[in-house]
Structures are given as C-alpha cells and as structure tokens.
Design a protein around this ligand. Structure first.
Ligand SMILES: [Zn+2]
Length: 298
C-alpha cells in the first residue's frame, strides 16, 4: 500500500494562534488531511475535503455562515480530484471512499468520483439524512454535496476488536488492512480509519481531536479557539471527551505501533508528508514528530 497525505481544504479563521497555536498573523492555518491509498483494489480515499463543485458553486453546498467563520479558501488545486490527477491517475481509478463523517469539509469531493463506493457508519448516514435537523445539523450536513452518490455502504458499529476499540473490518470490497474505528462525539456516527502498513498502523482520527497538543500524553492541551469550536459542534459532548481520552490512552499504551493523526492539524500533516516523501509505505508511530510520537509509560 502506498499512502499519500493530502490537504484537501484550507481554513484561515480570524484568531491566528488562538486556533492553531502557532500563526504569527491574525489568520490561523488549518488543513483538511485526507489520504489517498494505492491498493490492489484500486485507489482508496479517506475523506475528500472540498470538491470541484464546492469551488465553482459554493452555495448552497456550504453554508455562508460556516464559510465566513472558517474563512474557507476554496482552491481547485487542493481538491482531491486535482491531486489524484496530478499523480497520474483519473477520477475513475478511485474505487472506494471511506468517510470519517459527513461534515461539509469532509464530504465535498464525493461527487467528483462517481465510480467510487462510499463507506460510512450507519449512524452517520442516519444523522445526516434525518428530515428534522437542528441548527448545527443544518450547518454541517449539506445534502447537495452527496445526494448524487449511488453506491453507499453503511455499517453498524462493532464486530472486530482493535487495540481495545470495537472496529469494523469487513468493508465491502476493501482489503482487511483498512478498518473503521467508531469514535462518536463530534458527530453521532463519527469514526476513525485505521490502516495496517508494513511499518505499523496509521489511525486517521478525523475530527475526534483538532490540535496535535491534545494528543500530548503528558500535558494534553487545546487552543481556546479550537476548544470552543469542538465543544460547540459536538453532537455528543460526553462521548467526544470519552473518545478523546481513549485515543490518549491508546497512544500511551501502543504509540510505538500506531501513528495517530487528525484531520485539521497542519503540523501533523507536514510531518507525515515529509516522512512519506522519503519513505512510502507509511511510517512507524515511533518515527513521527513530537506531535504524534508515543511516550512509553515509565
Ligand atoms: Zn472537519
């Protein structure tokens, strides 16, 4: 499996370091980390970020409020489709898309890959498709982004133990090295995606956390901007906190075997891209930078 780490969407909210912890200017720099995986079953995407139609006709595909709050930079070159093409493939080569969840910043590129089968947790599909939706659900779930998708596969939670989590291994048409790991909280059917590589496991934790320092096993910390954003958008706050704690425990216990990263942290993305550039398939957890590196319990 060859794995590419892509940024498929940039957010530059006003607040700078209050969000990302490091920007010097007034605007923060937040990425949308997606994966492109070359497998024997064709190309697989984990999340899609924003798509071509989002760039060309952002509304109503994205709510005006969220676009303004996040200061979303819609760039054609950042769409998954253009990045797939840049690597010499075509949209048709993408056979599967595994989604951490259906928020607008993860599902925008689905319709750029009409041949792809889309894998998602059943509870996420149900939440997104509910007819009567509250204000937050209307902001985050934008049916215009996915109402043309025909080949859905929705999964009930559970079935396969994975490092103490209850995972879903048998994704229809995908190799057993790709699992979904339910991590509800941010949304009701939110899930991480685990990949087994020759060098160890990768866990794309989606929006289960937002900043690399939240996974600092000694002093977990989140910036005030991202902390408020996560709290406001959590569909189940208690479950979100529980699952974040479980991820910290996972890193404490098994961090040398698993590299954990989230969707929206630019430092994690850069570190994984640098490692992947010189070393593909993916790295060992132990070779990650500080942000994602494990500390073994003494
Ligand atoms: Zn997100």
């Amino acid at each position: 499996m060859r794995i590419h780490h892509l940024n498929c969407g940039t957010h530059c909210p006003l607040g700078g370091a209050l969000f990302d912890g490091s920007s010097r200017g007034p605007l923060a720099s937040i990425v949308t980390h997606c994966l492109l995986i070359e497998t024997n079953q064709g190309l697989v995407l984990v999340d899609t970020g924003y798509g071509l139609q989002d760039v060309r006709h952002p509304h109503p595909r994205i709510s005006r409020l969220m676009r303004a709050v996040l200061n979303i930079r819609l760039r054609e070159r950042e769409t998954a489709l253009r990045q797939v093409e840049q690597r010499g493939f075509s949209a048709r080569d993408v056979r599967h898309i595994v989604l951490t969840h259906l928020d607008f910043d993860h599902a925008g590129g689905l319709e750029d890959f009409p041949q792809a089968r889309v894998h998602v947790m059943e509870s996420e599909r149900d939440a997104a498709e509910k007819k009567r939706r509250d204000f937050a659900a209307r902001l985050r779930y934008r049916p215009a982004q996915w109402d043309d998708v025909r080949d859905w596969r929705a999964y009930a939670a559970g079935g396969e133990p994975w490092f103490g989590f209850d995972a879903v291994r048998s994704l229809d048409g995908l190799p057993p090295e790709i699992l979904m790991v339910p991590l509800p909280g941010h949304t009701l059917g939110h899930a991480g995606v685990a990949l087994r590589t020759d060098q160890g496991w990768l866990l794309h934790a989606g929006d289960a956390y937002f900043h690399h320092r939240e996974m600092n096993v000694r002093h977990p910390h989140c910036t005030p901007g991202l902390s408020a954003y996560q709290t406001l958008l959590a569909a189940d706050r208690a479950a979100r906190r529980d699952n974040q704690q479980r991820l910290l425990d996972l890193k404490r216990r098994h961090g040398s075997q698993i590299a954990i990263f989230c969707s929206h942290d630019a430092e994690e993305l850069k570190a994984l891209q640098q490692i992947a550039d010189g070393f593909n398939p993916a790295p060992r957890g132990g070779r990650l930078p500080d942000s994602a590196r494990a500390r073994h319990p003494a």
